[in-house]
Design a protein around this ligand. Structure first.
Ligand code: CA2
Length: 147
């Protein structure tokens, strides 16, 4: 059975509870549900993990090797700062798709740079929670292409 991991970084546990003007009213469970329902259409299972701690996210990336066919990753604020996460993504063969709910390019300039996008398969930005569904579709299309 193929599996995907939906991995979320700091403060995303607050989705739907604070700042609805930027991130909408949907919760993190809603985001995971979108990815899970999309993957289920192809018989693929989805696990999820959220952490506010950089090292825990690095551990989750390292442990994805051999267990998951792909990772849907919203690294949140660590997107813009974390060389540790970049090195972890570089060290695994599993494709990682970077997702951002908001359009980071319309926001503060410090959000315009991603440390991670050069080592990710691709980046999906600005489509709200739909980005999690789009990332699942993108990963599944890429498995089919590899077959
Ligand atoms: O747009 C995204 O998905 C972000 O990854 C969200 C991060 C931000 O640092 C990135 O630049 C873009 C912030 C996640 C914090 O989420 C909250 C949700 C509700 C209330 C407060 C924070």
């Amino acid at each position: 059975m193929k599996r995907l991991l939906v991995l979320n970084g700091p403060n995303l546990n607050l989705l739907g509870k604070r700042e609805p003007g930027i991130y909408g009213h949907g919760t993190l469970d809603d985001a995971v549900k979108l990815a899970r329902e999309t993957a289920a259409e192809k018989g693929i299972e989805v696990d999820e993990y959220q952490s506010n701690h950089e090292g825990d996210l690095i551990d989750a990336i390292q442990q994805a090797e051999g267990k998951y066919e792909g990772v849907i990753f919203n690294p949140a604020a660590y997107t813009h700062t974390s060389i540790g996460l970049r090195d972890a993504i570089s060290a695994i063969e599993v494709p990682v798709v970077e997702v951002h709910i908001s359009n980071v390019h319309q926001r503060e300039s410090f959000r315009h740079q991603s440390m991670l996008s050069p080592v990710c398969q691709g980046q999906i930005v600005g489509f709200g929670l739909l980005g999690y569904r789009l990332a699942a579709l993108a990963l599944m299309e890429s498995f089919e292409g590899r077959r």
